[in-house]
Design a binder for this molecule. Structure first.
Ligand SMILES: [Zn+2]
Length: 148
């Protein structure tokens, strides 16, 4: 808690030096769900978290993301959570095996395990995982929101 508060204080008025988030990812996106990309009729684009309203700076039209049905947005949120679960599960598995080797005095195996695990992830699992995620995202609905 103290650490978090300090970090936020440092970031006041300046860009944070380190970003733990992936580019384009808003804080809290993991739990609250992915941002919704709105394209205004004038061409202005904005990414908003679900539940927020946006008044376009260009033309003044007001867009309200709560016009998207909650259950449809929840389906998207669940999808993105599910696809985040695999890297987390894989990391947890590798960590568990590493701990097991450490406890059984198999330090050499830990040094062997880590490169093998990283290679397996980046060469084998991650490309498959990303392709499946892209395909799942493609099948999601698009909404046409009307301006208010
Ligand atoms: Zn606009």
């Amino acid at each position: 808690m103290g650490r978090r508060a300090r970090r936020r204080g440092e970031a006041d008025g300046q860009r944070p030096r380190t970003r733990l988030l992936r580019p384009g990812e808003q804080p809290g996106a993991v739990l609250r769900g992915p941002p919704i990309t709105l394209t205004c009729e004038c061409g202005e684009k904005r990414e908003l978290p679900y539940g927020e309203r946006w008044e376009c700076e260009n033309c003044g039209r007001v867009w309200d993301t709560t016009r998207i049905p909650r259950e449809q947005y929840d389906a998207i949120r669940k999808l993105s959570m599910r696809f985040r679960a695999l890297p987390v599960a894989f990391g947890g598995l590798v960590a568990a095996v590493a701990i097991f080797f450490t406890l059984t005095d198999n330090i050499f195996s830990v040094f062997f395990l880590l490169p093998v695990a990283l290679t397996t992830w980046f060469v084998l699992l991650r490309p498959i995982h990303r392709r499946r995620y892209r395909e799942a995202v493609k099948s999601l609905p698009r909404w046409e929101l009307g301006a208010e």
